[in-house]
Design a protein around this ligand. Structure first.
Ligand code: ZN
Length: 177
């Protein structure tokens, strides 16, 4: 029976929780999630814990931040003048928004403090610094197609990628096209 390994496509149901038990993400009761293993589609620890699993296997594992979204980095806090947000921006502590990066991509930030005209923003990933507990059930394992390997992601049901040619947009923001 096929086992999850580099260059296979795995289909899973999963629930992700924080240490306090709060569920932050799950697809149970919906469609399985399909992903290409070993191509950075998923956080590294998630894939590592599933290597060798086969259809029907259930695994529960805890990922410390270094195997999930990374530690929080204090260098990713920045204080900027209110005016950079434009005259009509509704600024509020806790608000998240997107900023343009130098290379033309986007990055998410969260406002952590507003002091007069000084606005402190945090560019850490919202999941940075969190320990995550996953419960995963494997429902499909197959070899990836040559096309999936060239794109660097799974195609078909549950993958979020139903295009058939590389010229079509992925819609995943993976930057492979
Ligand atoms: Zn593709």
């Amino acid at each position: 029976m096929a086992k999850i390994a580099q260059d296979t496509v795995a289909g899973v149901f999963y629930s992700g929780k924080f240490e306090d038990g709060e569920v932050f993400d799950t697809n149970e009761g919906g469609e399985p999630l399909s992903f290409l293993v070993g191509h950075r589609q998923m956080i590294s620890g998630f894939e590592e814990e599933l290597i060798g699993a086969k259809v029907g296997d259930k695994r529960t594992f805890t990922l410390s931040p270094n195997r999930a979204y990374g530690e929080r980095n204090e260098d990713l806090f920045q204080t900027v003048n209110k005016s950079v947000f434009g005259p009509n921006a509704p600024l509020e502590v806790g608000m998240s928004s997107y900023a343009q990066t130098e290379n033309g991509g986007t990055t998410m930030f969260t406002i952590t403090e507003i002091d007069g005209d000084d606005v402190t923003v945090d560019f850490n990933h919202v999941m940075a610094g969190k320990t995550l507990v996953f419960s995963v059930e494997v429902v499909d394992v197959r070899d990836a197609t040559a096309e999936e390997l060239s794109h660097g992601h799974a195609h078909g049901r549950g993958s979020g990628n139903n295009h058939s040619s590389k010229s079509e947009s992925c819609g995943t923001g993976c930057g492979c096209h």
